[in-house]
Design a protein around this ligand. Structure first.
Ligand SMILES: C[S@@+](CC[C@H](N)C(=O)[O-])C[C@H]1O[C@@H](n2cnc3c(N)ncnc32)[C@H](O)[C@@H]1O
Length: 205
């Protein structure tokens, strides 16, 4: 086994969030990132409509479905299959295509979550640019599908494209804050941005 795979395996086996996810029935340790952000930022409430972009295997969707009960709904999409989750409409495909908006119909979302990540090439500049592209596509989707008073949460990576991502978000939202949940590994450049109050002039039909 390659050294990097051994390191990953050791970290995975000893990771307290992996153990907690197993114990609590979450499909991914990522669920704890959303639980923590939700506690701090008060994102999810009963009755809300939530869109989850890049949702597989479904940890965030599980958390969102729990929090919007009763009366809410979650529409989740990923390039990969998402096994069924009660209260979640799971779609397979690219969120930049139309099936998601069709599933939402005339409704608008209270919260758009985007934990989507590109396949990493290992070349930092390329990976950052791809992540920025996904975030920009998610902002476009917010302009079509998020309520003006809604909240957008998006994964970002510190590095060369981070300022561009924040600029994109500031051009579309009145409030933009960076959050690093404890479950996001300290050594990782990963962080999250919580954006609120979509600018009215940026919305498209
Ligand atoms: C870090 S995982 C998401 C983990 C998820 N939040 C959870 O809690 O289980 C990132 C996902 O983004 C998906 N993804 C990347 N680009 C996408 C796209 N254009 N459309 C839909 N999904 C995408 C990947 O297939 C991958 O499953």
């Amino acid at each position: 086994m390659a050294k990097s795979s051994k390191q990953w395996l050791r970290r995975h086996v000893t990771d307290p969030y992996v153990r907690k996810a197993k114990e609590q029935g979450y499909r991914s340790r990522s669920a704890f990132k959303l639980l923590e952000m939700n506690q701090k930022e008060k994102l999810l409430k009963a009755g809300m409509t939530v869109v989850d972009l890049g949702a597989a295997p479904g940890g965030w969707s599980q958390v969102a479905a729990e929090k919007v009960r009763p009366g809410g709904r979650v529409i989740a999409i990923d390039l990969l299959e998402i096994a069924p989750i009660t209260g979640v409409t799971a779609l397979k495909g690219d969120f930049r295509e139309s099936s998601l908006l069709e599933a939402l119909g005339s409704a608008k979302a209270d919260v758009v979550l985007c934990d989507a990540a590109p396949n990493l090439s290992g070349i930092a500049l390329t990976d950052q640019a791809r992540q920025l592209e996904l975030a920009e596509a998610a902002v476009d989707l917010c302009r079509k599908a998020l309520k003006p008073e809604g909240v957008f949460v998006v994964k970002a990576f510190h590095g060369s494209a981070f300022d561009a991502m924040v600029r994109t978000l500031r051009s579309a939202f009145a409030s933009v804050r960076t959050v690093k949940p404890a479950a996001s590994r300290g050594e990782s450049a990963e962080t999250y941005v919580v954006a609120r109050r979509l600018s009215a002039e940026q919305e498209t039909a």
